[in-house]
Design a protein around this ligand. Structure first.
Ligand SMILES: Nc1ncnc2c1ncn2[C@@H]1O[C@H](COP(=O)(O)OP(=O)(O)OP(=O)(O)O)[C@@H](O)[C@H]1O
Ligand SMILES: O=C(O)[C@H](O)[C@@H](O)[C@H](O)[C@H](O)CO
Length: 185
């Protein structure tokens, strides 16, 4: 059953692109529920990333299923508003297809991807500087090897450059999100 005022924004992009920083900001500003996609990984994936080993698509399958399950369960709760923001790398077109198709089936009326983008060298720097995080800079290169930025015909995706300082990136993301959500309501 579809739910008229329900939207879901995926904050995507490679390791260190600022997904958590941007998603937290959008969720608190837009009063949406925030789900940190990294919390839904099977333990085997976390262990693998800890060891600096890239995930394969078959490793990611269970992770996408867990994300889709949460998104779908949230929309079924029939709360007054169903506004959800989820971080997930969603590096490839096929990854985004798995997520978008499931959310559409779950009845979300708006599904949108924000793809955070920066040069690999910049994201290596940022992940090197970051302490106490299970994703280290050694995963960044493998993610750039497989990533497929959304192309022009992926109408529900917006690429946001994260080269500018975080507050500017957050404002830009908010501007786009506010327009989308306004159109929706
Ligand atoms: N626009 C920015 N300019 C400079 N530093 C940034 C910017 N955005 C985020 N950072 C910093 O880069 C690091 C990575 O950000 P964050 O943890 O939000 O990324 P992430 O995509 O969620 O990472 P991961 O997927 O690996 O968990 C953090 O130390 C954060 O403070
Ligand atoms: O390979 C991947 O798809 C990513 O490493 C994700 O698994 C991480 O959860 C995280 O988003 C890193 O930025």
């Amino acid at each position: 059953m579809s739910n008229e005022e329900s939207w879901i924004l995926f904050i995507a992009g490679p390791a260190g692109s600022g997904k958590s920083s941007v998603a937290n900001f959008l969720a608190s500003t837009l009063q949406a529920r925030f789900i940190e996609g990294d919390d839904l990984h099977p333990k085997a994936n976390i262990d693998k990333m800890h060891r600096g080993e890239p995930l394969t698509d078959s490793d990611r399958q269970g992770w996408f299923e867990a994300i889709n399950e949460q998104a779908s369960a949230y929309n079924k709760q029939r709360l007054q508003r169903h506004h959800l923001i989820i971080t997930c790398s969603a590096l490839k077109r096929a990854h985004r297809d798995i997520l978008r198709e499931s959310c559409q089936r779950a009845g979300y009326s708006l599904v949108h991807f924000f793809f955070l983008d920066a040069p690999e060298s910049e994201l290596r720097r940022r992940t090197e500087a970051r302490k106490n995080h299970f994703v280290k800079s050694n995963l960044v290169h493998s993610q750039f090897e497989v990533l497929e930025r959304p192309r022009i015909n992926e109408y529900d995706a917006t690429i946001i450059s994260v080269v500018p300082p975080l507050d500017e990136v957050q404002s830009e993301a908010l501007k786009v999100a506010a327009q989308l959500v306004k159109k929706e309501s």
